[in-house]
Ligand binder design. Structure first.
Ligand code: ZN
Length: 174
């Protein structure tokens, strides 16, 4: 159901926006629409010098804290950026795509496909279907968020607070 995926994606965007002023919060958001209609969202988080806890990992932690891990296979999951599959030195722990699959999540709706990650076939091979949203407004915002990585490169890992301040919250205006 694309509408459910976009509700989750909207929540993923909004949590990034709501933490724009925080230098400890990153520029990727993830969210889950759980059976029963609750939305749980999380943003990537600074976890150390040049180290991030990714949004999907944070989301799984929030859902675990809420005691809802068992609901994940029936949930709709979304992320502003397609989940990582490759290794990354700036990431805390294992790849997000593997984490999602380990929790029996078979599908994720995303607002932007990360071109630095493997082709979507490789995600399918480990059991994860990555779907780009058809919602143009959400896609535009997620394209802009992902564009920050293109513009600032490695500096995103060390200067996220300053970068967000410079970019400004206008990035969410469509
Ligand atoms: Zn990741």
């Amino acid at each position: 159901m694309p509408a459910d995926g976009d509700r989750a994606l909207e929540a993923a965007v909004r949590i990034v926006q709501s933490r724009w002023a925080s230098p400890l919060s990153g520029i990727v958001g993830a969210a889950a629409l759980l059976p029963g209609g609750e939305l749980v969202a999380a943003a990537s988080r600074v976890a150390g010098p040049a180290l991030f806890a990714h949004a999907e990992a944070e989301l799984l932690n929030r859902i675990d804290e809420a005691g809802r891990l068992n609901d994940l296979p029936a949930a709709r999951i979304a992320s502003t950026l397609s989940p990582c599959l490759r290794g990354s030195k700036s990431r805390q722990g294992r790849a997000c795509a593997e984490r999602l699959v380990a929790h029996d999540i078979a599908e994720i709706v995303v607002g932007h496909i990360d071109p630095t990650q493997p082709p979507l076939d490789e995600y399918r091979r480990i059991g994860l279907n990555v779907i780009l949203t058809g919602n143009e407004r959400l896609r535009l915002i997620c394209d802009r968020l992902a564009g920050i990585f293109d513009v600032y490169g490695e500096r995103v890992n060390t200067e996220i607070g300053t970068i967000k301040e410079r970019v400004g919250e206008g990035i969410f205006m469509v």
